[in-house]
Design a protein around this ligand. Structure first.
Ligand code: ADP
Length: 242
């Protein structure tokens, strides 16, 4: 009846309001941490720490790192808000998958090498994908960034394969994995298994939320399989429309 529908709408509105309130609280908290650190170290420098050259350098490096964090946070928040307000248009073009993956690997080559990780790809030659080039690059960058961040040894592999009538693009790693209890909420804004660790690794907690939005905006689907201490595989399920 009308009343039931109305009550249902009201409870949905309340739910949305709660989500919004949580989000604002989260954002404030995420900003507060680096700002507090920047203020603290700047004050220590002003109070005399600047006279000890070695120490001063350390403090300034911390200030720089925290400013970088703030920068990344603002960047990710802007991207998310643009996507959510429908400001981002997906303009698909035909892309040679292998060369796009190569260009993304190029960005991460040094970081992977430093950790002793192998970047691998398993993509049939002449595999084309219909995607928005910039957005698709961002998806791959965020996924490979995570795979490298959360993997201490082994490899990070990009695979393209067919399963039933679906095309699947996956980013797989041999890293720490995600505990089962967390898996269903991964991809929510600011949801992280280990907040302190994520921050320490320079994460904003928004990378996967952005990936999820961009994947859906392409008309694709998103799935994560993971096992603790074995690794994680993020799958993008592409329905063939062309
Ligand atoms: P973050 O900035 O923390 O990386 P993301 O949104 O990219 O934020 O990821 C959210 C959380 O999901 C991470 O903090 C981590 O707990 C988990 N996660 C994402 N990718 C991986 C992965 N490849 N292996 C293990 N855990 C992952």
């Amino acid at each position: 009846s009308f009343l039931i529908i109305l009550l249902h709408d009201i409870s949905r509105l309340k739910q949305l309001e709660n989500i919004r309130r949580d989000f604002v609280a989260n954002v404030s908290h995420e900003f507060k941490t680096p700002v507090t650190a920047i203020k603290g170290y700047a004050e220590a420098l002003l109070d005399g720490a600047i006279d000890d050259r070695e120490n001063a350098k350390k403090f300034i490096q911390i200030i720089k790192n925290q400013a970088d964090r703030l920068d990344a946070l603002v960047e990710d928040l802007l991207t998310l808000s643009r996507i959510e307000s429908g400001d981002i248009k997906i303009e698909k073009q035909k892309i040679l998958l292998e060369s796009l993956v190569d260009s993304v690997f190029e960005i991460f080559k040094d970081r992977a090498e430093k950790k002793g990780l192998i970047l691998e790809k398993e993509i049939p030659s002449e595999t084309f994908i219909y995607a928005d080039k910039n957005r698709f690059t961002q998806i791959m960058v965020n996924l490979i960034d995570n795979a490298i961040k959360f993997t201490e040894k082994g490899l990070v592999k990009v695979r393209f394969f067919k399963e039933n009538d679906k095309e699947i693009l996956s980013v797989e790693d041999t890293g720490i994995g995600i505990p089962k209890d967390y898996l269903h909420r991964i991809g929510e804004r600011f949801y992280r298994v280990d907040r302190a660790r994520s921050r320490q690794l320079g994460g904003t907690g928004l990378g996967l939320a952005i990936v999820k939005h961009l994947v859906l905006a392409h008309g694709w689907q998103f799935k994560i399989d993971s096992e603790v201490d074995k690794g994680t595989e993020v799958k993008i399920i592409i329905h063939k429309k062309f």
